[in-house]
Design a protein around this ligand. Structure first.
Ligand code: ATP
Ligand code: MG
Length: 399
């Protein structure tokens, strides 16, 4: 892609209303635009990142045998009354049609997927089943001011698994923990599996995937041996002895990027999602629910991977692999050669100063910068965004 054709422009001045690093950098570098608090438009660069993250999530969810679907965002009030969450869920956006019917804008999808599952799950032969979607969610958040971390409209992957018994759910739940860790490490993040309560969803347990960063709104108690509990539920305190290994417990500030829940039979009971077992006896289906905040993940990556010059995208989620900066006439020739080789490259073909191109490349944060100038002759200078050193390479070496 030619940078001169990108309609989004970079900006040097710090966003006056930015309350977080991710908002400031993503807006200034032209990835997103804020419409109102907690609601963002994704511009060409930002959408590429969102798709990269979504594809990683898709690959890992498909590997655990889940099937992708897409559910509606507009839900009938009755389904939310059935689960008693029409009144009890404070973040539920409610809306009314011209015929005075009431609807919810989906903050999560148990109220849609469980009635759907009822149409396809009748017998033990239909179990286990696992379905997921990547979709916009709506939540009436009181404090939507941390950029992409807390949206009122945001992108989530939510997956629901259906099982004949608790043991089967537990086995799948453990597989999902591993799949989640893979997703986050491919996104360049070390996630800590943290014990938490079920929140508004369930009395059963849940596990959060927390990423350490100063800007995080969550606090967890953590020990390097792997013990981690969310502060909200934890019986331990900072500097207590770890119940697992006896070392000192640390307190960390974190962002919750994912959450998996054992929902038990709460929702199957509400909607009477039953199946017939091998002996012909009817029983309630056991359900698990697994969320990843895709757009929050994009914000979290920026919170973790940045410096005073801008964003430093981890390679698997970067909008492009290379950023080509040309200060001589043969820029187009090199760019075309790279494109012919199928290489993902953003070419800064703008008629602006070298200093401005360099500064913008650092702000946008593509992992590999290529420079062609009089100084580089027939060679190309390669610099990684997170390293100081440059090296001279041939175009044939670029892949
Ligand atoms: P929080 O405690 O941060 O409000 P939550 O526990 O209510 O989040 P879940 O219902 O567990 O959120 O949603 C699954 C995932 O969706 C979360 O782990 C998070 O990554 C993401 N998420 C939740 N709320 C938001 C939001 N308002 N904006 C962006 N992402 C969100
Ligand atoms: Mg949660």
């Amino acid at each position: 892609m030619k940078q001169s054709k990108l309609f989004s422009k970079t900006s040097k001045t710090r966003e006056s209303d930015a309350t977080s690093i991710n908002h400031d950098l993503l807006v200034r570098a032209g990835f997103v635009d804020q419409l109102m608090a907690g609601v963002y438009s994704y511009l060409p660069l930002g959408l590429r990142v969102l798709y990269k993250i979504s594809d990683i999530v898709r690959q890992e969810m498909n590997k655990v045998g889940s099937q992708e679907i897409l559910l509606p965002a507009l839900h009938p009030k009755e389904n939310w009354e059935t689960t008693k969450r029409w009144e009890s869920m404070d973040v539920l956006f409610k809306t009314r049609s011209q015929t005075k019917s009431e609807y919810a804008l989906g903050p999560t999808h148990e109220e849609v997927i469980v009635p759907l599952a009822k149409k396809f799950i009748q017998s033990y032969r239909d179990l286990p089943a696992s379905w997921y979607q990547i979709q916009v969610k709506f939540r009436d958040e009181l404090r939507a001011k941390a950029g992409l971390l807390r949206g009122r409209e945001f992108l989530m992957k939510d997956l629901y698994s259906f099982h004949a018994n608790h043991q089967d759910l537990k086995d799948y739940y453990e597989k999902m923990k591993i799949a989640y860790l893979k997703v986050f490490s491919r996104c360049g993040l070390d996630a800590i599996i943290t014990e938490a309560s079920g929140g508004s969803f369930t009395k059963e347990y849940s596990h959060e995937f927390q990423v350490e960063t100063e800007s995080g709104e969550d606090n967890i108690f953590y020990c390097k041996c792997g013990f981690a509990q969310n502060k909200e539920i934890s019986k331990v305190k900072k500097d207590d002895k770890c119940p697992d290994c006896g070392k000192n417990i640390e307190e960390l500030k974190t962002i919750e990027v994912g959450n998996i829940f054992d929902l038990g039979t709460k929702f199957s009971n509400d909607f009477k999602l039953l199946f017939t077992d091998e002996k012909g006896k009817e029983d309630l289906v056991v359900i698990g629910c697994y969320g990843i905040g895709i757009s929050r993940l994009m914000g979290a990556i920026v919170e973790v991977h940045n410096d005073d010059k801008g964003i430093i995208w981890p390679k698997e989620v970067a909008p492009f692999k290379y950023h080509l900066l040309s200060f001589v006439d043969n820029g187009e020739k090199i760019y075309n050669k790279l494109i012919e080789k199928g290489i993902s490259v953003l070419w800064d073909d703008r008629d602006v100063s070298a200093g401005e191109k360099m500064a913008d490349a650092d702000l946008i944060g593509i992992p590999n910068r290529l420079v062609i100038s009089k100084k580089t002759g027939h060679k190309i200078e390669l610099k990684k965004r997170d390293e100081k050193d440059v090296k001279l390479i041939d175009i044939e070496d670029i892949c």
